[in-house]
Ligand binder design. Structure first.
Ligand code: HEC
Length: 250
């Protein structure tokens, strides 16, 4: 199962926890008559808050680890999502501090709770929500971002050739292992997040886009990916050529 799908499932748990927190807060402060035992409400609120906190730190770790390993360039959506996540963690830490230490701010907690809920929904919607909708709940991968891209890739033809000198291949292998193995298996055709790369340049067609398998189209994929692979447009021309030299040996 791919990491984005697992992350989305965890996000659904976060969503449920947010709803529990809001509900318990409303029941505690929202009306005069008591329907539930206030002690129980407080306990549930605290517990769901704690689990929310730990789970979001764990998810943040997965994301940061992913970015650090791949140095993938985040899309505008991913950038907005990370800003919202930082805001959520910041607000939640502040809320715990106001509740435990800086008690003079206690009166702010309810307003902060509402802002926190809003930020959490926006955070979940901008990532898991998006992913689950475009992938039909994990059943298929999103449609191409743009049809234009396919057009210009198909016409470029095989003007490039893969380098074959051992130095390029060795440098390419190193780059590949640090940036690509997170999602691609070089020794099989099994899909991790992206398709396996065994024989990628020996087969007639690329596995997902079904464009001709040639160095030009692979270079194009690295810079302007077909669907939801992150772009590696920051790589230099030589680095891309080295990666292709390595892919050519698989
Ligand atoms: C975050 C996961 C991820 C990373 C990291 C990643 N890819 Fe991909 N890759 C994908 C996915 C998903 C696809 C399926 C096509 C798409 O979505 O663009 C793919 C497809 C491909 C394809 C086949 C494209 C086609 O037209 O069928 C190639 C070649 C490729 N990746 C090369 C690379 C290289 C080289 C790197 C490292 C520089 C890399 N990928 C890093 C996820 C990733």
């Amino acid at each position: 199962m791919q990491i984005f799908f697992i992350k989305s499932l965890l996000a659904i748990v976060l969503l449920v926890l947010s709803l529990i927190s809001i509900f318990t807060m409303f029941e505690m402060f929202g009306r005069a008559e008591r329907k539930f035992d206030p002690q129980k409400l407080r306990k549930t609120h605290r517990l769901s808050g704690m689990v929310f906190f730990l789970l979001s730190v764990a998810i943040a770790y997965i994301c940061i680890d992913f970015l650090a390993k791949t140095k993938a360039e985040p899309s505008p959506r991913a950038a907005m999502h990370s800003v919202l996540s930082v805001a959520v963690l910041f607000l939640l830490s502040l809320k715990i501090l106001f509740n435990r230490v800086y008690r003079h701010f206690y009166a702010q907690l309810q307003t902060m709770g509402l802002i926190l809920a809003f930020a959490s929904f926006a955070m979940i919607g901008s990532s898991a929500g998006y992913f689950l909708v475009v992938s039909k709940f994990g059943r298929e991968m999103p449609a191409p971002r743009s049809v234009e891209r396919e057009k210009d890739a198909g016409q470029e033809g095989a003007v490039r050739t893969a380098k074959t000198d051992p130095m390029s291949i060795a440098r390419g292998k190193e780059l590949y292992e640090s940036k690509c193995t997170f999602c691609h298996d070089p020794f099989s055709n099994n899909t991790i997040t992206g398709p396996g790369h065994k024989g990628i340049l020996k087969n007639p067609l690329l596995p997902v886009s079904k464009k001709p398998a040639n160095p030009e189209n692979v270079a194009h994929q690295i810079r302007t990916p077909y669907k939801d692979m992150p772009s590696f447009s920051y790589l230099s021309e030589t680095e891309v050529e080295d990666i292709i030299a390595y892919l050519n040996t698989l």
